[in-house]
Design a protein around this ligand. Structure first.
Ligand code: SF4
Length: 318
């Protein structure tokens, strides 16, 4: 692949976790140098808190921090407008307005590349790629080849359990004493800095941890029947379906919901999970993350939850 020398920055958060396979492959095949921000750090979080509007949820603040981290080192910033990826649900309004949010609150940025991606419109990803190719001076033939390659990479990634790329979890252990589902948006669940390493912490206590990405689309789709209307927002819909699936099948000992401070959709999601968990008699605990989350508080809460779930299991086993 001949490189054009153009450097495009890709913030490592929000939709990065779901669609990075596609974009890595696309930019590489188009000969464009894709620069990914590092994993979230305290200075990225601090920059985001400084730069984003104060009422933004914590993941949006973190996004601003990643943008700031990349800005001095790239020619363009890739800030796509993700609208819908399954033709039914749409992303939360903050995703929809992301390019404007970033532009209005941050100065001194390189130009943004912001194609609109909405699978309710035909060929949306192909059109997004062609738009990017035009802006970056890549030929149409090369862009078409890059799009084909990217689609194949994304399919492969989804087939091969994408979560294994992101989190330091041991393979599923059948003999583990407890099985806990950790549910939430991928940019909360897989950002170890933001959630203070909940997944490896649980795994190190011998718990078999499962996350949404381990469920098949078919398994989650079955939960649709529970609602007259599904949840409108893309990631929220997945969280509720995964939670309901766990509660109804009762094949986990407990459910932890990682929820972000300042998230509007989570006010609904968390309540639905809490009520259904109580109805189905499956232990449930919300874990709120914010910019002040402290390790001591988190460890205490996790330990108390695990102890309670463990005792309950022992009592039931007689
Ligand atoms: S779903 Fe919630 S956490 Fe995610 S971007 Fe929207 S408001 Fe923020």
């Amino acid at each position: 692949v001949t490189c054009t020398g153009t450097r495009v920055g890709f913030p490592r958060t929000l939709f990065f976790y779901s669609y990075s396979a596609f974009w890595r492959s696309f930019f590489e095949a188009a000969g464009v140098d894709l620069v990914e921000s590092p994993v979230t750090t305290q200075s990225i979080l601090d920059a985001g808190v400084r730069e984003a509007v104060s009422e933004a949820c914590i993941p949006i603040k973190v996004y601003h921090g990643h943008v700031r981290e990349l800005a001095p080192n790239v020619d363009y910033l890739f800030v796509p407008r993700y609208v819908s990826m399954d033709r039914v649900t749409v992303f939360c309004p903050k995703f929809l307005g992301l390019p404007e949010l970033v532009k209005s609150s941050m100065a001194g940025l390189p130009p943004l590349l912001s194609p609109r991606i909405d699978t309710r419109k035909r060929f949306t990803l192909l059109l997004a790629c062609l738009e990017l190719g035009r802006e970056l001076g890549v030929s149409v033939a090369k862009t078409l080849r890059a799009h084909r390659k990217a689609s194949a990479s994304q399919r492969r990634y989804e087939r091969e359990q994408r979560f294994r790329d992101m989190i330091p979890l041991p393979a599923k252990r059948d003999g583990a004493p407890l099985r806990i589902a950790v549910l939430g948006y991928p940019y909360e669940v897989y950002d170890g800095f933001l959630n203070l390493d909940v997944l490896p912490r649980l795994a190190s206590t011998g718990v078999d941890v499962i996350t949404i990405e381990m469920f098949s689309h078919e398994a989650l789709a079955k939960e649709d029947a529970e609602f007259d209307k599904g949840i409108f927002w893309h990631y929220s819909d997945l969280v509720v379906k995964a939670g309901f699936r766990c509660f109804h099948k009762k094949d986990v000992d407990g459910v932890i919901h990682i929820t972000a401070f300042g998230c509007g959709p989570d006010a609904v999601v968390d309540k639905l999970l809490e009520l259904e968990g109580a109805d189905c008699d499956v232990p449930f605990m919300p874990l709120l993350i914010d910019e002040y989350s402290g390790e001591a508080g988190l460890v205490t809460r996790l330990e108390a939850f695990i102890d309670m779930v463990q005792r309950r299991k022992e009592v039931r086993a007689g």
